[in-house]
Design a protein around this ligand. Structure first.
Ligand SMILES: Cc1cc2nc3c(=O)[nH]c(=O)nc-3n(C[C@H](O)[C@H](O)[C@H](O)COP(=O)(O)OP(=O)(O)OC[C@H]3O[C@@H](n4cnc5c(N)ncnc54)[C@H](O)[C@@H]3O)c2cc1C
Length: 402
C-alpha cells in the first residue's frame, strides 16, 4: 500500500500541517524500529514485558511521548487530541504493542497531567516523557468494571498518609509499571462520592502483583493488591473526593484515541486483504477480479473512512475546547465495531491462510477484540449516545415551548 493511501485523510480540513507531518514521520520511525521478539506471534510473558520496556524507551528517545503527556511548562505541547489520534492510528497499523506502549504512557500519567501539583508533575512527567518511567492507570476492580462507581478499594486517611486496601484488576502495564495512578474511596462512602486518586510507586510496601493476566493479544496486564499500603498525602492527586471526576476526565481525553487505534488495525487489515486479493489466483483470474471480493473491499474501505471521519471530528472538537461526550462515544463505538467487521472480512478473503497462527490478519483478529470492551464497552457508549440524543431533543423541545 502506498504512503499516499495511508495518509490521504491527513489532508482533511480537521487537521493542521503539524498533523500532516506527524503521520509520515511516525510511520518511518515505526518501519525502522527493531525490537527483539516483537515479530513473535505467541511471545512469552517475559518477551512481551521486555518488548514493552524497549518500545517505551524508544518512543521516549524519539520524542514521541511528548504527544501524550501535558508538561504545561513550555517543554511540550498541550495535549493535542488530533496528534494523539494520528500517533495511535499509525502505531496500531504497525503493531498493537507500539500503540499500547504509547497509549499507556498517556493514560497512566493523564491524571498527573490534569491535576498534579508542580512538584508531582516535576517528579513524574519528565521521566514518563523520556520513557524512563512506565505508567499505569488503576481504576477497574473485580466487582467494578463497567459499573466503576461500585469500586470497593479503600483509602483511609491516618494523619499525613493514607492506607490503601483492596484490589484492582485488568491493569495494563501491571507487573512492569514504575508507578500506578490508583483510585480508591474513603471508608463508608458510596458510588462516585469519596473517591480520591493517588500516585503509588510500584515498590511501595503493601502493594503487590497478585496475578499476571494473559490475554489473546498479549500485553503486560495484572491484578494488583493493596494490603495496608501506606501512601503519603503528598501523593494525593487533586482534591480529596475528586478522584471519580478525575478518572472520567482522564478517560475522556483518551476515549477518542481508542477509536483511532481501531482505525489503525482496520487499515492494516485492508492492506493485507488488498494484497491477498490482488495476488491469489482462482477461477482463471485473481480473487480481486471477482465482484463479490470487490464488494467486500468496498465495504471495508467505506467503513474505514466513516470511522476516520468520526475520529477526527471528535478530536478536532476536543482541540477546540468543545464538550465531546457524544462525539467521542460515537467515534469509539463506530470505529471499534467496524474494525472488527473489517478484520473479519480480511480473514475471510485470506481463506485458510487467514486463520493460520502467525498470519497478519489472525493477529489483528485478536488485537481488535478488547477495544470493544475497555474504556467503556460498546453498550456503555450506546447508552451515552442514546441518552445524550434524547436529552438534547428534550432541551430543544423545552426551548421551543418556553
Ligand atoms: C485488555 C484490557 C486492558 C484493560 N486495561 C485497563 C487498565 O489499564 N486500567 C483499568 O482500570 N482497567 C482496564 N481494563 C478494564 C476495563 O476497563 C473493563 O474490562 C471494562 O470496563 C469492562 O468491565 P468488566 O470487564 O468488569 O466487564 P463487566 O462490567 O462485567 O461488563 C461485561 C459486559 O456487559 C456489557 N454491559 C456493560 N454495561 C452494560 C449495560 N449498561 N447494559 C447492557 N450490557 C452492558 C458489556 O458488553 C460488557 O462487555 C482493561 C480491560 C481489558 C480487557
Amino acid at each position: 500500500m502506498t504512503e499516499d493511501l495511508h495518509f490521504a485523510h491527513l489532508a482533511w480540513p480537521f487537521l493542521d500541517d503539524r498533523h500532516r507531518a506527524l503521520g509520515p514521520d511516525l510511520d518511518r520511525w515505526a518501519h525502522a524500529l527493531a525490537v527483539p521478539g516483537l515479530a513473535d506471534n505467541q511471545p512469552s510473558r517475559a518477551t512481551v514485558d521486555q518488548s514493552c520496556r524497549s518500545i517505551v524507551r524508544a518512543l521516549g528517545d524519539a520524542g514521541f511521548l511528548r504527544l501524550c503527556v501535558d508538561m504545561a511548562d513550555g517543554s511540550s505541547h498541550r495535549l493535542d487530541c488530533r496528534a494523539i489520534c494520528i500517533a495511535r492510528e499509525t502505531l496500531a497499523r504497525h503493531h498493537a504493542l507500539l500503540d499500547f506502549a504509547f497509549a499507556m504512557q498517556g493514560l497512566g500519567s493523564g491524571a498527573i497531567s490534569l491535576a498534579g501539583t508542580d512538584e508531582q508533575r516535576a517528579q513524574y512527567l519528565p521521566r514518563v516523557v523520556a520513557g524512563q518511567s512506565i505508567a499505569a492507570f488503576a481504576l477497574s476492580e473485580p466487582i467494578a468494571g463497567s459499573d466503576v462507581s461500585a469500586m470497593a478499594c479503600t483509602a483511609e486517611r491516618l494523619g499525613d498518609h493514607y492506607v490503601l486496601n483492596g484490589e484492582k484488576t485488568w491493569i495494563s502495564n501491571g507487573g512492569i509499571a514504575d508507578f500506578y495512578v490508583v483510585f480508591a474511596r474513603a471508608p463508608g462512602t458510596q458510588r462516585s462520592a469519596g473517591v480520591s486518586a493517588f500516585i503509588v510507586e510500584a515498590t511501595t510496601p503493601g502493594l503487590d502483583v497478585a496475578e499476571r493476566l494473559d490475554v489473546m493479544s498479549p500485553h503486560p496486564l495484572a491484578r494488583i493488591r493493596f494490603q495496608d499500603c501506606r501512601v503519603s498525602s503528598m501523593r494525593l492527586l487533586g482534591v480529596e473526593g475528586g478522584g471519580f471526576k478525575l478518572a472520567m476526565q482522564t478517560l475522556d481525553i483518551f476515549r477518542t484515541s481508542v477509536a483511532a487505534a481501531a482505525l489503525g488495525f482496520a487499515r492494516a487489515a485492508l492492506d493485507a486483504a488488498v494484497q491477498r486479493a490482488n495476488t491469489r489466483q482462482m477461477f482463471g483470474n485473481t480473487l480481486g477480479a471477482l465482484q463479490l471480493t470487490q464488494s467486500k473491499i468496498a465495504q471495508m474501505a467505506c467503513s474505514i473512512d466513516a470511522a476516520a471521519l468520526l475520529v477526527y471530528r471528535a478530536a478536532w472538537m476536543k482541540d477546540r475546547g468543545r464538550r465531546i461526550t457524544r462525539e467521542a462515544a460515537m467515534a469509539k463505538l463506530a470505529a471499534t465495531e467496524s474494525a472488527q467487521t473489517v478484520i473479519d472480512a480480511a480473514v475471510q478473503i485470506h481463506g485458510g491462510e487467514g486463520v493460520r497462527v502467525g498470519a497478519k490478519v489472525e493477529k489483528l483478529y485478536r488485537d481488535i477484540r478488547a477495544l470493544r470492551i475497555y474504556e467503556g464497552a460498546t453498550e456503555v457508549q450506546q447508552i451515552i449516545i442514546g441518552s445524550d440524543v434524547l436529552k438534547a431533543a428534550q432541551a430543544a423541545c423545552q426551548g421551543t415551548t418556553a
